[in-house]
Design a protein around this ligand. Sequence first.
Ligand code: KG4
Ligand code: ZN
Length: 347
Amino acid sequence: MTGPLILGIESSCDETGIGIVRGHELLANEVASSVDQHVRFGGVVPEVASRAHLQALIPTLRRATAAADIDLSEVDGIAVTAGPGLAGALVVGLAAAKALAVALNKPLYGLNHLIGHVAVDLLDHGPLPQPCAALLVSGGHTSLLRVGDITADITEIGATIDDAAGEAYDKVARVLDLSYPGGPVIDKLAAEGNPKAIRFPRGLTAQKDQAKHRFNYSFSGLKTATARWVETERLAGREIPLADVAASFQEAVADVLTAKAVDACEYLGVDTLLLGGGVAANSRLRGLLEERTAAAGITLRRPRPALCTDNGAMIAVLGAEVVSAGRRPSSLEIGADSGMPISTVLA
Ligand code: KG4
Ligand code: ZN
């Protein structure tokens, strides 16, 4: 067994995650979700999420140390999500991490949640070639990245100019009267539908968008087109073919995400594409990306679906990389940074 033993704490949204890794080896990944408390509001309520983190943190930590069969005194460092995310939710994880760092006299590493999503694949597929490209698709972010050294060298080459892919899933689910979060529900429904039933728009893929928006995404037009289509059918008294709408919407999302990601690899001259974020659990995105990267001679690295949504293991493994690279620990003075830029890996 090699590599530092790292405890990772994640609390940026509605999942309280505690992960423990040794280098690239996953020892524990315990997640307590407050999603059930948000369902009736159709989205995450920050105050409710913060309270749930407070309640879940210690029990989840206990489960993780038991699962990893370690004592907290053995860890080499405490990694925690410093941002981006909900400020009140981040503060809970940060306070716990600082308390542990002080009590155990261990270094603290305040990390970027988004880079954690990208780093989690290290647990499944080992060290990354440098540089590589990454497609990050979460509830709040959709970006194409050039990843050099994952602990210090991240460049965003494109991002959504409006909604994130996950946000589009959640909003379309609401239009279809499906439950929150929308991604998994639409993914499941789509399996029964025809992806060619309705031709929905592919944002920023026109020739005229190439100059300014070659690597940018836009999902708000797709969301509006889907809502309009459903509204027109409802007004006409027709039953909504839910599975076909879900499959056609999902096809539009997966089509643009994958086409631009492959183009980004070619532009960057890299032969490896890394996938990360909650939407990376999507079956069609995973399938289409596999087809298109294979056709282009690009190696695709996809973390197992269970590691795609928010968890503490992704923070722990990024922490292990940061420690192995000899980066300086964060100050105990760091605060929650809800708008942490994607190029800042370590606070
Ligand atoms: O990365 P994540 O867990 O949280 C953020 O950092 O935002 O991503 C959550 C997002 C939600 O919008 C959810 O609907 C979406 O990921 N998601 C999916 C799937 N599972 C989760 N979207 C599409 N297909 C899925 N299977
Ligand atoms: Zn996330």
